[in-house]
Design a protein around this ligand. Structure first.
Ligand code: ADP
Ligand code: MG
Length: 629
């Protein structure tokens, strides 16, 4: 709740609306306590007194009634009717929408066609017809306004409910034997309430206007009692001669509706869960860079080299050190594996390369990313954009989520190219077919016109790879590309990547949590833990003789075929939380060889042999046997 108010307060216009509405509602509530003249007492001797006249601050109307008093009582009435209509419309509309959306089928059909019928009538005409049938009066106007708004809520809520009713957690509740009523109340309703509140907050202003409209036409509140609409209606005949009688209620309607709408927009934004984490600010096109320390120099002639890369998430007053000084490098035709438990910072490292970590909250706070010797951290966005997908391409874990469901894969492949160079229709198609062939998709000419949902998971991931290859990049960063696939398809995809890198001299940064995958594909491997590289070296050497206790434990978790029965060792404990990293080695608390020295100070990534490095003061393997190899 306090979070909601904080988000709301960030939106200056909404805050203004909230304050104005607060004041208006406050005065509406205390109106009976104020020493005001009776709003309905006429005094024709004092008719049309101007504003600021003696005894009548806002003047008097055509019957000599005090306008200030009538305005206050009228506002009270208008607000009460508007809010009541909104609540009634929201409750009934939401109930209808939930029932239609939840039960679906014929229930849905019958209810929604009824709603459609109501919606077929012009809005205000329907309200007029209802009031005409029921007879004029404020209560009937309220009923009419509520009734014409029910279809709006019903449609809205039905749409949301249909989406929710097919979610797995609702299936789970059904399997658990819950009744429909209890599923609706405990699973569906909490998910639609924000939508109801949003729809309400954006329609209350409209309902107040509609009620005022009916009253203006003489169908709402009946004399002598007035709401804002009927005040305006009564002042109509004196519009030219005594404009203040119209301006007073008119301004009030304007203020209320403006304030409610601004507030409503703010409420909508603050309640939208997608905007919550980003704190209502759109993410920047490239990760924010705020490097304090010295920038490390490029060394060697690697194609892509990360030097001391630090990426953090700044959320409120917390700092999550997701990546804490990572050094990596790849050469053309080489595959570097980056392995570590979930949450160790692999994805954030990979995304930092092209400035793809969302900011806020992400910030690159140190280090450098050299591509062909040029630092990309802090490079202008236009430069990063030209490189993204063209020279450094990504393959992500979930191919279904990365493909657009409504375009054919051919169109999406062509789009990947046309971002970087103009390409004609037939040339684009030929290129797309060629790409699909490269990733060994059978029948590529036909498949190019398929939609993502028509492909299997393995094929979709091949399309993901084809898209990464579309512009002949030099580096491919693959973030767990096989995790969502089954083992046989995984093997095919790995072979494919391996072939491609040999054919095209691609440099691959391959992220995974699976040592089996590393063994199959990678020349070298870097092991990551709590945002840092703890061990790095040639794949064979590390697989045969892991030096860091974490690496050896990680490998002990992997079952091996044909190895006979063996106890699989789980690593006890959990990785540390990255906003509270311990002093010294982050793995010390889970390590069986840790000593007091491990928990003090910085532990460097020391060379173990000429190609291997390890961040440990008690490496597992014996360096002597290592040297002999
Ligand atoms: P993985 O190695 O599984 O790919 P990630 O790189 O995705 O791990 O995450 C690294 C760390 O960064 C995790 O501890 C995660 O909690 C943290 N993290 C990721 N995104 C955010 C965020 N938006 N705000 C705060 N922490 C985050
Ligand atoms: Mg990840």
């Amino acid at each position: 709740m306090s979070n909601f108010l904080r988000l709301l307060a960030r939106n200056k216009l909404a805050l203004g609306g909230l304050i104005v509405m607060g004041i208006v509602i406050f005065f509406a509530l205390i109106t009976p306590l104020l020493p005001l003249a009776d709003p309905n007492v006429t005094n024709t001797a004092d008719r049309f007194q101007p504003v600021f006249s003696e005894g009548a601050l806002l003047g008097t109307d055509h019957l000599g009634r005090d306008l200030l008093s009538r305005l206050m009582w009228g506002t009270r009435l208008s607000l009460a009717v508007g809010f009541a209509a909104a609540i009634i419309a929201a409750t009934i509309g939401a109930a209808i929408g939930i029932i239609a959306g939840y039960y679906g089928g014929r229930t849905d059909n019958i209810i929604m066609r009824g709603v459609d019928m109501l919606m077929a009538f012009p809005y205000i005409l329907l309200a007029l017809a209802i009031v005409a049938a029921l007879g004029p009066g404020l209560l009937n106007a309220l009923i009419a306004v509520a009734a014409v708004n029910i279809p709006f809520f019903a449609r809205n809520i039905r749409g949301i409910t249909v989406g929710i009713a097919n979610k797995e957690f609702v299936d789970a509740a059904r399997l658990a034997g819950k009744s429909d009523a209890s599923i609706i109340l405990s699973e569906v309703l909490p998910n639609v309430i924000p939508v109801i509140v949003i729809a309400m907050s954006t329609t209350i202003g409209w309902m107040i206007l509609e009620t005022a409209g009916l009253s203006f036409l003489g169908l709402g509140s009946q004399p002598p009692v007035a709401d804002l609409g009927s005040m305006l209606g009564e002042a109509r005949s004196a519009l030219i001669t005594n404009p203040h009688t119209s301006i007073v209620p008119g301004m009030m309607i304007l203020i209320i509706v403006m304030a409610i709408n601004l507030l409503g927009d703010g409420v909508r934004d603050a309640l939208d869960p997608r905007l919550k984490s980003g704190a209502l600010s759109r993410p920047m096109p490239a990760t924010r860079v705020d490097r304090k320390g010295p920038i490390p120099e490029a060394e060697g002639d690697d194609l892509l080299a990360l030097r001391g890369l630090e990426t953090q998430f700044h959320v409120k007053d917390r700092v999550y050190k997701a990546v804490g000084g990572v050094d990596l490098n790849v050469r053309p035709g080489e595959c570097l594996g980056l392995i570590g438990e979930s949450g160790s910072g692999k994805s954030v490292t990979a995304l930092s390369v092209m400035g793809l970590v969302a900011s806020p909250p992400g910030v690159i706070t140190g280090g450098a990313v050299y591509f062909e010797g040029e630092d990309l951290v802090g490079a202008p966005y236009s430069k990063l954009r030209r490189m993204r997908g063209k020279r450094v391409a990504y393959i992500f874990q979930d191919p279904l989520a990365t493909l657009h469901p409504l375009y054919t894969i051919g169109d999406q492949l062509i789009e990947a190219v046309s971002c970087h160079r103009p390409i004609g229709k037939s040339e684009g198609r030929a290129h797309a077919v060629e790409l699909l062939r490269q990733v060994r998709i059978p029948n590529a000419e036909k498949r190019v016109d398929s939609y993502p949902h028509e492909l299997s998971g393995g094929m979709r991931q091949r399309v993901g790879i084809a898209m990464a290859l579309a512009n002949d990049p030099e580096v491919i960063i693959a973030d767990e590309p096989t995790t969502a696939l089954d083992v046989t398809v995984q093997a095919q995809v790995l072979t494919l990547l391996d072939d491609l890198r040999r054919e095209k001299g691609l440099a691959i940064l391959f992220i995974t949590h699976d040592f089996g995958v590393v063994a199959q594909l990678c020349d070298r491997v870097a092991v990551m833990y709590a945002g840092r590289i703890v061990e790095q070296g040639p794949t064979d050497a590390i697989l045969n003789a892991p030096a860091h206790p974490y690496t050896s434990k990680l490998m002990a978790c992997v079952p091996e075929l044909g190895e006979g029965r063996r106890r699989l060792e789980a690593i006890p404990g959990l990785p540390p939380v990255v906003d509270k990293l311990p002093d010294g080695c982050a793995f010390a608390d889970r390590c069986h060889v840790a000593t007091d020295a491990c928990r003090r100070g910085e532990i460097p990534l020391d060379p173990l042999s000429d190609k291997r490095r390890v961040r440990c003061i008690h490496p597992v393997s014996d360096p002597a046997t290592e040297a002999a190899q």
